[in-house]
Design a protein around this ligand. Structure first.
Ligand code: HEC
Length: 106
């Protein structure tokens, strides 16, 4: 393979990795945006009735969502229905997105 060709292949590989990462970032953000009505922009809930999700460890969110999905924890409102609307992979993306958000100063 010519050096130019090697470079072209390497650049292509790098570019597609970058493109995939970009898509994932947007996907996670878009999925997480559906939680904003109640949990606040980027997971920073303003009221005291709904807990903020910003900065909560991803594993905690994944665990709570799985428990809601299974009906394993009591829920007074809507989370049972909401949790059922997402695949495990989508919940993982959402959880990682919120875990990476900076909690608002209180
Ligand atoms: C229609 C409003 C609404 C939307 C939309 C919503 N939630 Fe909730 N969420 C709530 C309420 C209210 C609670 C408190 C549960 C209860 O009733 O006990 C809650 C609780 C939670 C909890 C448990 C928090 C804790 O520490 O106990 C998690 C995790 C959660 N929601 C994640 C999400 C995610 C992720 C999304 C988006 C996919 C989402 N919620 C969308 C209203 C909402």
């Amino acid at each position: 393979m010519s050096p130019f060709r090697t470079l072209a292949v390497a650049t292509l590989a790098l570019t597609s990795t970058w493109a995939a990462a970009q898509t994932d970032v947007n996907l996670a953000r878009n999925l997480a945006a559906t939680c904003a009505n109640c949990h606040g922009t980027n997971g920073n809930a303003l009221g005291k009735d709904v807990k903020p999700l910003a900065g909560v460890p991803a594993a905690n969110i994944v665990g709570l969502m799985a428990a809601y999905k299974a009906g394993a924890i009591p829920n007074t409102t809507i989370m049972h229905q909401i949790a059922k609307g997402y695949s495990d992979e989508q919940i993982k993306l959402i959880a990682e997105y919120f875990a990476a958000q900076k909690p608002a100063q209180k």
